[in-house]
Design a protein around this ligand. Structure first.
Ligand SMILES: Nc1ncnc2c1ncn2[C@@H]1O[C@H](COP(=O)(O)OP(=O)(O)O)[C@@H](O)[C@H]1O
Ligand SMILES: [Mg+2]
Length: 208
């Protein structure tokens, strides 16, 4: 599909480009969903492995953000980054960290009405480093908070906003964050917005 979109099979007209792009995005989403499901299934069968390398977080965040740029602009969301532009390398599983950043950002973009704001931050804190996704979207109702990280759980306000969700993202994110020795962060107020993220302990930094 990406070859077709780039014109390798001949020039496409506007409609053909539109449909090919939509098909490409659907295929991409399906790949992400399969990757999430594989993580969940490996976690449950004890086959889950953390493969640590030295990860450049500001760069990883910027690369994931560029993948979501189009979704953000299609939803008229002000999508920005604030924080360190370079940081010591962190000993993390790069692929899984990308999945975490992607899942939290994707949620913020979908659960924020158009015209809203989603901001990603990466900063030094006392205990190490903190990554956050801050939105001013629909938020999480009080009664839903305790179940939020359970498998397949979706709150009712989210279901109407995005009928095709699965409720496995946050379950996977929390497990994978913990298995890497990091800590999940969550704060939300219904109707005001949410902050989701994780803290990386200084012990995982290359610069002690
Ligand atoms: N940024 C957010 N704002 C409001 N609610 C959220 C946000 N992120 C997650 N949620 C809530 O957590 C639920 C679970 O999220 P997730 O596991 O990613 O599943 P899905 O996005 O497929 O519903 C969502 O259905 C929604 O109720
Ligand atoms: Mg999700």
């Amino acid at each position: 599909l990406s070859m077709m979109i780039e014109g390798d099979a001949g020039t496409l007209n506007d409609n053909q480009t539109l449909y090919a792009n939509q098909a490409f995005e659907s295929a991409q989403r399906m790949l992400y969903l399969i990757a999430d499901l594989l993580n969940v299934s490996r976690i449950q069968t004890g086959k889950f492995k953390i493969d640590r390398t030295q990860v450049d977080m500001p760069r990883l965040i910027s690369e994931e953000m560029s993948q979501l740029k189009e979704l953000a602009s299609a939803r008229s969301i002000d999508f920005s980054y604030e924080g360190l532009s370079s940081a010591p390398l962190l000993s993390l599983d790069e692929t899984k960290t990308r999945q975490i950043v992607m899942n939290l950002s994707d949620n913020a973009l979908y659960y924020t009405p158009s015209g809203g704001k989603v901001k990603l931050t990466f900063k030094k804190i006392k205990s190490g480093y903190a990554f956050r996704v801050i939105d001013n979207g629909i938020g999480v109702p009080e009664e839903a908070k305790k179940e939020l990280f359970h498998k397949f759980f979706r709150s009712t306000n989210a279901q109407s906003m995005r009928p095709d969700g699965t409720g496995i993202g946050l379950y996977m994110v929390k497990k994978v964050v913990m298995l890497q020795g990091c800590k999940i962060f969550f704060e939300s107020e219904e109707g005001k917005g949410s902050v989701f993220g994780f803290d990386v302990p200084a012990s995982l930094s290359s610069q002690k």
